[in-house]
Design a protein around this ligand. Structure first.
Ligand SMILES: N[C@@H]1[C@@H](O)[C@H](O)[C@@H](COP(=O)(O)O)O[C@@H]1O
Length: 264
């Protein structure tokens, strides 16, 4: 894992956005794996700005979102489809027909999961997958105990996740307890994975992801198996790590190596 520790959430968003900028400029028809939650919002704002300035284009890009609430239509304001339209798709030059979010309104959710996997495969697999992380270490909606090789499927949310996400729903509004989510195996198949985490309330989950054992109890720890996983965190989210100085040292050396390679 590459561990990048930055000063604050704004730097984390900018660093993450640069990875997507490089990817799109290297391959216009990139297949991007996208995420919801509050953490990626600032990264999406960076991408909107880069698109507005002409630094990047989504014209030929294809996207797949990690997850969706089961039981919500894409027009529901708390659905992840609605979120993606509002936070990114409506503001960039992407073809909406090329954007995919698991169908929360699927009549047959089991078949819909298989179909989603088939669509990812038909697109050639995901080039870069963006991830946030739950306080319990979940990625997508892969809650603790999720199989480390799992594929897209229906998952039941933990009480902790439901409570954490309750802030987005009004008191009298139905909040789903089920989701469709890419599996951990689906995520690990992406060529590159970028996990963003900011704030002290993610410090415990980041510690378990980076320095804990590989375990289904912390689904994000599965990224230890990935050959190109980048964990981009701010000082607050890094605060419980044992080896902060070492990670900073590695990253400084990594930057030097990249500069050298670029000069060749
Ligand atoms: N399914 C999403 C996750 O993909 C996201 O990582 C998590 C953390 O969200 P936030 O970034 O708001 O802390 O929330 C939800 O549960």
């Amino acid at each position: 894992m590459q561990i990048v520790i930055l000063k604050n959430a704004a730097e984390v968003a900018a660093y993450g956005a640069d990875i997507f900028e490089k990817q799109l400029n290297r391959k216009a028809e990139s297949v991007l794996g996208l995420a919801t939650g509050s953490t990626p919002v600032a990264l999406y704002q960076n991408l909107i700005e880069k698109n507005r300035c002409g630094d990047i284009s989504f014209k030929d890009a294809v996207t797949f979102n990690l997850d969706e609430y089961l039981g919500l239509e894409g027009t529901h304001p708390q659905s992840y489809r609605f979120f993606m339209n509002e936070q990114l798709f409506n503001h960039v030059d992407i073809n909406k027909d090329h954007t995919h979010v698991p169908p929360g309104n699927a009549k047959n959710p089991v078949e819909a999961c298989q179909e989603y996997e088939a669509q990812i495969a038909a697109a050639g697999g995901i080039d870069v997958q963006l991830l946030g992380i739950g306080r319990n270490g979940h990625i997508g909606f892969n809650e603790p105990s999720s199989g480390l090789t799992s594929r897209t499927r229906v998952k039941t949310l933990t009480k902790e996740t439901i409570d954490d996400n309750a802030r987005f729903f009004s008191a009298d509004e139905y909040q789903p307890h089920l989701s469709i989510t890419m599996g951990i195996g689906t995520i690990l198949d992406a060529k590159k994975v970028v996990l963003l985490a900011t704030g002290e309330n993610k410090a415990e989950a980041v510690k378990a992801t980076v320095e804990g054992p590989l375990t289904a109890s912390c689904p994000a720890s599965a990224l230890q198996l990935h050959r190109d996983a980048v964990i981009v965190i701010d000082e607050a989210a890094a605060s419980k790590l044992d080896n902060i100085e070492f990670y900073k040292h590695i990253e400084a050396e990594n930057q030097k190596l990249q500069a050298h390679l670029a000069s060749l």
